[in-house]
Write a protein that binds this ligand. Structure first.
Ligand SMILES: [Mg+2]
Length: 411
């Protein structure tokens, strides 16, 4: 087709969706020498919005539009035509090469206020929204139903003026409007993450095991206070670890088994682990807690790696000492990189999830670092966080849709 006597036409079709609409419309186009330059569709609550940009010869365009009009009226749908100039087309093509990002919003429910707030931040950064899709199942009208959550993913184009400022503003919004978000560069790595490293205490389980051990040893309050300060990042992890372990001296080994068998598993962990295993992720626990309990979770969920600390036991009693090197924040980050190397996974394909100050190094090293129900210092330094729902919220940040997952994964 000679460019001088061709025409570019955008058609926009809207109406009640049903099978066969796209076939009927494109069937008319196929009767002519027509090239499709772009096609896209959105379907919201049974209402279709379909756009087709096509190129045809000048002499055909009149007939094509006339036939499309007849067909639309026969089908009871609306159709509109927009002639596009070559300049407009070239400008649009040049926009396609720009950076792409994915903004995911997550919450117990989504409000207009949350979406208005988030999209305003995008607009202020000069970013354009290309597509919006819902990842969660349909939202029930009865909000009282348990485990309700809503997740929307925005596909965004452009280069943010200041990405740190953007992340910071989203983080502030998430605190005031009870929502979680992630803002990720949309690359193939984002779609092909392979390794996920979890903190254990207060992440996979809803407790700090060391505090439970201390309670049984009669030093509960003392140890709990030190743990809290360490997790908030107020005191050095290693020093506080030695101090707390020393206080456990004399505790009977059988207490460990009892605690391990009754670990309070965090909401969403069953579903998350099931889906991650099923889709071939490598899973690691990198913990400043204890290997004994990590191994318990390893067995239960089929976790691939556990790195944590070992308590010294002599004659069935804790000695108040540990064996080997302490897994602190720096070590967690090193281990994440090491496992990625062993598994032949690019660092961009790794995920880290944790709540404590000792998780910050691994959260910043990973391709995707998620603060989970985190201490304020951790949340303030993380790029994304989950606070409103359980740990399976991670799946939405990975782009999983509820409808992809089978019944068991969906429960
Ligand atoms: Mg923790």
């Amino acid at each position: 087709m000679d460019k001088t006597n061709t025409e570019l036409v955008l058609i926009r079709i809207s109406g009640l969706d049903r099978p066969g609409l796209t076939a009927s419309i494109t069937d008319i186009l196929s009767g002519y020498d027509v090239d499709i330059m772009d096609i896209g569709q959105a379907d919201i609550h049974s209402t279709l919005s379909l756009g087709i940009l096509f190129k045809c010869s000048e002499q055909d365009s009149g007939n094509i539009m006339k036939n499309l009009l007849f067909k639309a009226s026969e089908l009871g749908i609306n159709i509109r035509f927009y002639p596009i100039s070559c300049e407009e087309y070239e400008e649009w093509v040049s926009m396609q090469g720009k950076n792409r990002y994915i903004l995911t919003l997550l919450g117990r429910k989504l409000t207009a206020q949350q979406i208005a707030g988030a999209t305003k931040i995008l607009a202020n950064q000069g970013l354009n929204i290309d597509a919006i899709r819902r990842l969660t199942g349909r939202v029930p009208l009865d909000e009282q139903k348990a485990r309700v959550r809503a997740c929307i993913e925005f596909s965004v184009r452009g280069t943010p003026r200041d990405i740190d400022e953007l992340q910071g503003e989203l983080m502030r919004l998430s605190s005031t409007l009870e929502m979680d978000f992630s803002f990720q560069k949309d690359t193939m790595y984002r779609r092909m993450r392979r390794l996920i490293c979890f903190d254990m205490d207060s992440t996979l389980i809803e407790t700090e095991v060391i505090d439970e051990l201390a309670k049984r040893a009669g030093v509960g309050e003392q140890v709990q206070e030190i743990t809290e300060r360490a997790m908030r990042g107020e005191i050095d992890f290693r020093e506080s670890f030695k101090e707390r372990v020393a206080l456990l001296k004399g505790l009977d080994e059988s207490v460990m088994k009892d605690i391990a068998e009754n670990l309070p598993i965090t909401e969403g962990v069953e579903r998350l682990m099931y889906v991650l295993k099923r889709y071939g992720y490598k899973i690691a626990i990198l913990s400043g807690g204890f290997t004994y309990f990590g191994n318990y979770l390893k067995e239960r969920f089929g976790i691939d790696y556990v790195y944590a600390n070992n308590l010294e036991i002599v004659d069935g009693k804790l000695t108040g000492r540990y064996v080997g090197d302490i897994v602190d924040g720096k070590r967690k980050a090193e281990l994440l990189q090491l496992i990625a190397q062993v598994e032949n996974v690019d660092i961009a394909q790794t995920i880290a999830v944790g709540d404590g100050a000792n998780d910050l190094p691994m959260l910043s090293v990973a391709g995707l670092g998620i603060a989970f129900h985190a201490k304020p210092k951790v949340k303030a330094n993380a790029k994304q966080s989950i606070n409103t729902i359980g740990l399976d919220g991670v799946l939405y940040f990975l782009g999983f849709k509820d409808s992809y997952l089978d019944e068991r994964g969906n429960s």
